[in-house]
Design a protein around this ligand. Sequence first.
Ligand code: ADP
Length: 344
Amino acid sequence: MKQKISEALENVFILENKKNIIESGIVKKIDVFKDEIRIHISLSHPTMHIKKTLKKDILQAIKYKDVDTKKIRLKIEIKLENTDKKIPGIKNIIAVASGKGGVGKSTIATNIAVSLVKMGFHVGLLDADIYGPSIPLMFNLEEDKVHSSLLQKKNNSYVMNPITSYGVKILSLGFFSKSGQAVVWRGPMATKALRQFVHDTDWGYLDFLIIDLPPGTGDIHLSILQDIPLKGIILVSTPQKIALSDVHRSVGMFRIRSIQVPILGIIENMSFFLEKETQEKKYFFGKNGVKNFSKKMDIFFLGEIPMLQTIREYSDLGIPVVLENDQIRKIFEKITKNIIKKLP
Ligand code: ADP
């Protein structure tokens, strides 16, 4: 039967491609069960139109081979191929996302990046938060230091050069605006800039490129998700209902069929604070909000981070807190290891 199906698929072509779908290697697997045939196909840009035509053509070709498709169910799964979008030299690209602003997304992206460096990895951090790029502040990168070394001439053309701080190679939209000024890049312009940040930048070899996304679910998210070969998403939320309802929307976006980026897990930030005298845990935003949400949504719980004054103080100083505080270093180390374990 498998042979028969494979022969049938040799008569199916995609638009102008001269090779049939077997020859061009897009048929990844054919599973034949008693009452079901499953065909797995991988396409680089599966538009609705191509998908529909392809399914119709496959069905016809199989019927033509005398397979009774009334008795046997035919399932055609078309997935987005992302191997052709791989960026040479960058092994894993991971995005950090949140539903709302102010939940600690950039703080967490920063400290995960530095934790990875401490584990011996080569790490880049791309600040894609067009609304409030705060990575330069968190790494104490002043404008004048940055401007002189951002562009580099290579083979007669200019390439972008990330700025290294605490061992992390950094690029931020904030490098291109004066402090106190709003970044006016929106829509297509911001998308184009971000594409250049990833593709036309001399990142060198990277084990990890962390992308700090803007909060919420906007056009910029969609273009990053479609353009950049992400290994996965890390979600950050605080435990209260109002933050979780926005994260819910983000989960919806990442799970849209045409996008389907794996969610590696969710981090609960500002889970609790410790009462000074009694050292008792106080659940200011409610207890286990994110943990319960993660169970309901079938998302891995990567860990919790308490609300601590030192975290805020060090981020204001522009020093990644994991370099200065042992308790927090250990928390981030555990979360970072969990992320590595969850990578596909
Ligand atoms: P986002 O990127 O989600 O907008 P930020 O990372 O910029 O949020 O954090 C917002 C503010 O909250 C910063 O001042 C940061 O130092 C502080 N902050 C983040 N996480 C914690 C925490 N666990 N405890 C104390 N302050 C925190």
